[in-house]
Design a protein around this ligand. Structure first.
Ligand code: MLT
Length: 334
């Protein structure tokens, strides 16, 4: 009897422990499944070291403070950013894959005849990030010292001058084509997987010209490693006050500003979209990130665009804006 009492007690104790354990296990499992339960991948559609990568890595470095998980930056290059965008459109919509992309998201449907994704229907919108001006640069030893001299030099040497870019759909390509059109000179173009490698080629003197975002170019301009011919904004930049605009040197109406947005595959849970958006906004307000972005000429997107609806309406507007311009220019790829 005492034996049986003891074994009853043991069974009761074991059952209690088991139930207690189950009770404990339920909230733990729920907590473990709360988003994000594992590292998040942020896909960059251009090469490491370039301007999109610089913004992505600045955000990724501080986002764990809000998310409690690592944000892994993955560079997936090719076809002016469309390979990365297609892969994110097809990724599992589980909240662990995001894409950061720029104006190329809006130009691709007009530029690529066989695009395998629809920017307006195959993604969830998270948030816009920053707006970034561009700069027209030349290799350090290019003889022309300013834009007027460059135009004279180009007219005399058009067959010898090349312009680097990051592929059809890249903003460096768009800016380069607008420049070619504005000055009426046909230049040879050299494509790279991003302006990170294009900048290395410019620094090494293998290419002559590159139009690129200030997030990458400002340190090289300040160190004198490249020649600056002008900025692509209507007025001068706080971060480069001595740099003339292209418009003030005679290229009237020449304006290119790059905007960046973050997207997720269609069907990604709203909770993940909302928390990712909140983490991006917190990262942009982080004092270190805010200072770095300001030093590199990037301006945080205004409040209306820092939301899924803000990004969606901006992208829709941009797709409609670029469509007729690209059609008229007749630049397409399959
Ligand atoms: C990059 O990150 O390499 C650039 O944004 C590419 C481009 O010029 O669009």
């Amino acid at each position: 009897m005492p034996l049986s009492t003891t074994s009853s007690w043991r069974r009761l104790a074991a059952a209690t422990l088991l139930l207690g354990g189950l009770a404990l296990a339920v909230p733990l499992t729920a907590a473990a499944q709360a988003w994000p339960a594992r590292p998040i991948t942020l896909v960059v559609p251009f090469a490491a070291g370039g301007p999109t990568d610089i913004v992505a890595r600045a955000l990724a470095a501080v986002m764990p403070k809000t998310l409690g998980q690592t944000v892994i930056v993955e560079n997936k290059t090719g076809a002016g950013g469309t390979i990365a965008a297609a892969s994110v459109a097809r990724a599992q919509p589980d909240g662990y894959t995001f894409l950061i992309h720029h104006n190329g998201m809006a130009t691709a449907p007009s530029l690529y005849r066989k695009l395998t994704y629809d920017p307006l229907n195959d993604f969830e919108y998270v948030s816009q990030v920053v707006d970034v001006p561009m700069t027209l640069l030349g290799r350090k030893d290019l003889p022309a010292k300013d834009l007027p001299e460059l135009l004279t030099y180009l007219k005399a040497n058009a067959d010898k001058i090349n312009l680097a870019h990051a592929g059809l759909g890249a903003v460096s390509h768009l800016c380069g084509m607008l420049f070619r059109k504005a000055v009426g000179v046909e230049l040879t173009t050299v494509p790279y997987q991003g302006t990170g490698p294009a900048m290395i080629a410019l620094l090494g003197g293998q290419v002559d010209l590159l139009c690129d975002q200030t997030t990458q170019t400002i340190p090289h301009i300040k160190s004198g490693a490249v020649k600056l011919y002008g900025v692509t904004t209507p007025s001068r930049l706080k971060s480069l006050p001595d740099a003339p605009t292209l418009s003030e040197q005679g290229l009237q109406g020449f304006e290119v500003v790059v905007w960046h947005g973050v997207y997720a595959p269609k069907g990604t849970p709203k909770d993940a979209i909302d928390k990712m958006g909140a983490a991006i906004r917190a990262a942009l307000q982080d004092p270190g990130v805010a200072q770095r972005m300001a030093d590199l000429g990037a301006v945080v997107a205004d409040d209306a665009k820092l939301s899924p609806a803000g990004l969606q309406s901006w992208l829709t507007r941009e797709v409609q804006r670029y469509g007729p311009v690209i059609k008229a220019a007749g630049q397409f790829a399959d």
